[in-house]
Design a protein. Structure first.
Length: 256
């Protein structure tokens, strides 16, 4: 009987150890799984805002109710010449402003012109050189440009009167290809020579200083802009007004 009792006791002890061993293994497996899961947890990544902060000038334009053209027409290209020294006064007068702003209804007109252009040639787009221009910048340009007043007024409106640029109702613009490269117009932006005047195109075509392709590019630009409700001036192939000064004065506030 004692022998049987000892055998039973031994079996009981061995059973407890086996059970404890299984529990220990299970605990180890759980700990191992937890470590694996922890190792697979996503590592937090700090996302930095890459959009540059808007400068004082841009905030002022937005506060005045003007709109960023590329928000409405993303396919349009912008190269503000007065945010660089690549202009006829050789000064950067816009600082960190790199977006073109216009009055909301002027932007709608520009979109109509853009759709007309795309209907004529889907490979082309617009490239904006200047849009709204505060009167304070107009004054700086007026004071800097060294030429007789009779000639100066053909390229820079007298700030006293206010130009359509000052209201966000005019745009300096050209045609470009799908990469944003401007088409050949026979004269560059801010070219003060007569060859840049639309009114003299035929004369320069006859002299060979302008070719037919350059004239055709200018004509297509004018057709597209007129389809949107703009009209050009006779001294700059790139400049287009959306209305006359009296209408701008009645509809908009001048941007100082």
């Amino acid at each position: 009987m004692r022998f049987i009792f000892l055998i039973s006791l031994l079996i009981s002890i061995l059973g407890c150890e086996t059970k404890q061993h299984k529990q220990d293994n299970t605990s180890i497996e759980k700990n191992t799984l937890t470590k694996k899961e922890d190792s697979l947890s996503p590592i937090p990544i700090e996302v930095k805002d890459t959009i540059p902060p808007k400068g004082k000038l841009e905030l002022k334009l937005m506060a005045a109710g003007l709109v960023n053209v590329q928000d409405s027409i993303p396919q349009i290209y912008v190269d503000l010449k007065y945010s660089s020294t690549d202009n006829f006064i050789g000064l950067d007068v816009y600082g960190n402003l790199n977006s073109a702003y216009l009055q909301p209804d002027v932007c709608i007109k520009l979109k109509k012109a853009f759709l007309y252009l795309k209907n004529q040639d889907s490979s082309l787009s617009f490239l904006i050189y200047d849009a709204v221009r505060p009167r304070s910048v107009q004054q700086l340009m007026w004071d800097t440009l060294d030429m007789p007043i009779a000639k100066k007024v053909k390229f820079v409106s007298n700030p006293i009167n206010g130009s359509l640029h000052n209201y966000g109702a005019a745009v300096d613009i050209t045609l470009c290809d799908s990469t944003g490269s401007p088409l050949d117009m026979g004269a560059g932006f801010d070219d003060t020579r007569l060859i840049a005047w639309p009114v003299h195109e035929q004369k320069f075509l006859e002299s060979g200083e302008l070719n037919q392709k350059q004239i055709d590019n200018r004509i297509l630009l004018r057709k597209a802009m007129r389809a949107g409700g703009f009209f050009n001036i006779q001294s700059e192939w790139w400049h287009f007004n959306s209305c006359y000064r009296a209408e701008a004065q009645s509809k908009y506030k001048i941007i100082e």
